[in-house]
Design a protein. Structure first.
Ligand code: ADP
Ligand code: MG
Length: 324
């Protein structure tokens, strides 16, 4: 490790407000020493962001810091886990003090919000790339998985869909850009769904793709009511301003655009009231959008019962942008 790298670690990453009791040894030794409660399972995930692929080259350092942690907290949320620690492997083209300070401020603001302590990492030279590993706890055996949905279960999504995707298409829409740059992981919602949801996933690649993973894992299919997909007022207003064909875009983006980091989850009929109540209590908007069925494949229907066929042209852009 060069003196330069040591200075970066010391200055930007080792000094942080968070000091958890379950961190016996954090940054500074050869490895971290961490305590897992006896009644918990440890849940781990890791995601890499590469400049120009997972975020546009002009993305601010603060947004990159936020997003690198947020996408991982979103994965923990989809498992029903409470986040506790993170490690950070960062490859930097240069020792840019202003960039590093901004990156750290974005990362640590979100870390602080959820009580996550950065406990180690690696710092190297090269084209900009950021890898975060996040660690969380769930009560033993309670992690939400993808493979346990059953026919008849209702399909829900949190929040609204399509905002981040529309931001990629329409520059200069500040509220949409905020959604793309500063995704808010559904950490509390994920934990509230433990014991209620039969399956859960976070929406990083688009609803059709991510719900598809739940269906493949469980060997099922689904019907989605496309007119009920939740779209934000900002999304609708921006589409109107753009003068685009509203019907096709207002369906195509919520179905297929990624980067919203909402949760998609399934709930057995008998637990739907309880699940809706839990999320309402947390102030998390939730919308029932369809139902799990035994026949494989996703069927999209309009309010009048007509079949809706997702237009390839409407969302091809996003499949090219998907590099997970
Ligand atoms: P080693 O050479 O023993 O692998 P490093 O020089 O890679 O040690 O790291 C020294 C310490 O700093 C370790 O505790 C490591 O986890 C931590 N560290 C290195 N880079 C980062 C980073 N980007 N964020 C947080 N901790 C880091
Ligand atoms: Mg090392």
């Amino acid at each position: 490790m060069s003196a330069d790298e040591f200075e970066i670690i010391e200055r930007y990453f080792a000094r942080q407000a968070m000091s958890r009791e379950d961190v016996l040894l954090g940054i500074g030794d050869d490895a971290a020493v961490l305590q897992v409660p006896a009644d918990s399972d440890l849940v781990l995930c890791m995601d890499t962001l590469v400049a120009g692929i997972h975020f546009p080259q002009h993305t601010s350092a603060r947004a990159i810091g936020h997003k690198a942690l947020a996408v991982n907290l979103s994965d923990l949320a989809a498992m029903g886990a409470a986040p506790v620690w993170a490690t950070l492997s960062i490859t930097l083209p240069e020792n840019d003090a202003a960039w590093l300070a901004e990156f750290a401020s974005g990362f640590f603001a979100l870390a602080k919000q959820y009580g996550v302590q950065l406990v180690g990492g690696d710092t190297t030279r090269g084209p900009l790339s950021v890898t975060v590993q996040a660690h969380g706890f769930v009560p033993q055996g309670m992690a939400l998985q993808r493979d346990s949905a059953q026919p008849g279960d209702r399909i829900y999504v949190t929040g609204s869909l399509g905002d981040a995707g529309l931001a990629l298409l329409m520059q200069g829409e500040a509220a949409l850009q905020e959604r793309l740059d500063y995704p808010q992981p559904r950490v509390e919602a994920g934990q509230a769904l433990r014991g209620l949801a039969s399956a859960a996933i976070d929406i990083s690649d688009g609803l059709l793709a991510d719900l598809g993973h739940i269906l493949e894992a469980g060997g099922q299919g689904a019907t989605i009511r496309v007119d009920e997909l939740p779209r934000s007022p900002t999304f609708m207003a921006a589409l109107e301003r753009a003068g685009e064909d509203r019907t096709s875009w207002s369906h195509a983006l919520p179905l297929s655009a990624g980067d919203d980091y909402e949760l998609c989850f399934t709930v057995p009929e008998s637990r739907c009231v309880a699940a809706e109540k839990e999320l309402q209590h947390l102030g998390v908007p939730v919308t029932a959008i369809g139902i799990i069925e035994p026949e494989p494949g996703i069927r999209c229907v309009r309010a009048d019962g007509a079949v809706y066929r997702p237009q390839a042209a409407g969302y091809r852009h996003f499949s090219e942008d998907s590099h997970d």
